[in-house]
Design a protein around this ligand. Structure first.
Ligand SMILES: [Fe+2]
Length: 158
């Protein structure tokens, strides 16, 4: 008998780097005031990173420029982008999907209620002040560091 279908697939898939994360077993780690995250995947090769964000009611993301495209899927709650639908932007609710183009500027991303969303960005995001000066650059490396420090803090607190 030759290889079974199972053995063949296992051989092909070995070392390809599939990952599986039981997100309910992962702790929320603080990212910024009112915003926590769970790090799902980062890629040193491409700079892409995927997270779950949990945003408290009243929290917001600071003004930023996308240095790579991003995609999100809303899990729960509500997110107002560029001022929300009432002001010409977008109001995303549970189940909604969005694509944010490479080069896009976002001034005002607000959460009116507790919101969870899945987010992938294919590179860094540059946070800026009102005059477009760089405040911080969020990339896969920074997320790894913040996640590692957060896990360490949680371990100490336990
Ligand atoms: Fe954005």
């Amino acid at each position: 008998m030759g290889e079974s279908k199972f053995e063949r697939d296992s051989r092909r898939n070995a070392g390809l780097g599939d990952i599986y994360i039981d997100t309910s077993a992962e702790p929320w780690i603080n990212f910024s005031p009112g915003i926590d995250f769970k790090l799902l995947r980062t890629s040193q090769e491409t700079g892409a990173w995927s997270v779950l964000f949990k945003c408290a009611a009243g929290a917001s993301f600071a003004r930023h420029e996308h240095l790579a495209a991003g995609e999100y899927l809303m899990v729960s709650g509500k997110m107002e982008i560029r001022g929300g639908a009432e002001r010409g932007g977008v109001t995303a609710k549970a189940g909604d999907y969005g694509f944010e183009a490479n080069g896009a500027w976002h001034d005002d991303t607000k959460f009116l209620e507790e919101t969870v969303l899945y987010f992938t960005n294919y590179g860094p995001i540059r946070f800026v002040d009102d005059d477009d000066n760089t405040v911080a650059v969020l990339d896969y490396k920074m997320l790894r560091e913040v996640a590692a420090a957060g896990r360490k803090n949680l371990a100490h607190a336990a």
